[in-house]
Design a protein around this ligand. Structure first.
Ligand SMILES: Nc1nc2c(ncn2[C@@H]2O[C@H](COP(=O)(O)OP(=O)(O)O)[C@@H](O)[C@H]2O)c(=O)[nH]1
Ligand SMILES: [Mg+2]
Length: 242
């Protein structure tokens, strides 16, 4: 690995189609800009940089600050596991390690993922099928590469009527049904620590920001950034022979 300076934390989101990956980026973008922004996928002027990973278009999403032209020091990449048009696990493995270009043997530290975040819906149970098996192999690969992992559970409003009423209820309501449902399941199937699984309600049809939604998005984002920063520190220590 080349010892270049680290420009940003790279957050790699992956998960089934429709789990809310794009919506999570849009939610973070909205919270960070203090207004409901235009989703990057829908905007012609979205802040994305597309590079080609092997034969795949790999978009990097930047989050602009309230001050135009300034960006936060973290970026997102998304890899969807849709059965049609989704990426294969080999692509994800390349992306995690920062092998962004074909034949690129020494990845830049800025291309390597600093954290892998699994995005799953809270309102649908993932049965033991192809997708879960794929996710299992991806998490195993991340462990091999020493890349830390987290999960976010989206659609919590759809998973529990109490939460739909008020997002605040996610911390009451017996940790809602998810605690015994999708959270435990992800923990058991993928080995992700329960304390690293965050329930989230994305912005998806709201016209205005809402403090309770901001809070769940920011709690998840704070943990993502904290873990990614720890990872960078660890990698630097290893790089210095410490
Ligand atoms: N009710 C609700 N809908 C959501 C949430 N997150 C995403 N959605 C909706 O779920 C659908 C799939 O989300 P999307 O971000 O496109 O999923 P992706 O395929 O993983 O990028 C879209 O219609 C979103 O508007 C959420 O937390 N709650
Ligand atoms: Mg999407």
């Amino acid at each position: 690995m080349k010892q270049d300076t680290k420009k940003h934390l790279r957050i790699l989101l992956y998960g089934p189609g429709g789990s809310g990956k794009s919506s999570f980026i849009h939610s973070v973008d909205s919270v960070c800009q203090n207004r409901i922004t235009c989703p990057a996928d829908a905007c012609s002027s979205g802040h994305t940089v597309t590079v080609t990973v092997l034969f795949l278009a790999y978009k990097t999403y930047q989050i602009e600050k309230e001050v135009e032209g300034q960006y936060y020091p973290f970026v997102f990449n998304v890899m969807g596991l849709e059965s049609k048009g989704g990426v294969c696990e080999e692509d994800i493995k390349h992306a995690m390690q920062g092998h962004l270009k074909e034949g690129y043997k020494t990845p830049d530290i800025n291309d390597k993922a600093d954290i892998l975040v699994c995005v799953v819906r809270a309102d649908t149970f993932m049965s033991r099928g192809d997708t879960l098996a794929k996710m299992n192999r991806i998490t195993a690969a991340a462990r091999d590469y020493g890349i830390p992992q987290m999960a976010i559970l989206t659609h919590i409003d759809e998973a529990c009527p109490l939460v739909k009423e008020s997002i605040k209820n996610v911390y009451k309501s017996n940790h809602i049904k998810m605690k015994s449902f999708q959270m435990e399941h992800l923990h058991n199937e993928l080995g992700i620590r329960l304390t690293n699984i965050f329930p989230v309600k994305n912005y998806h049809e709201e016209m205005d920001l809402n403090g309770d939604i901001d809070m769940v998005i920011l709690r998840a984002l704070r943990q993502i950034i904290q873990i990614a920063k720890d990872q960078v520190k660890r990698a630097q220590k290893v790089g210095m022979g410490g």
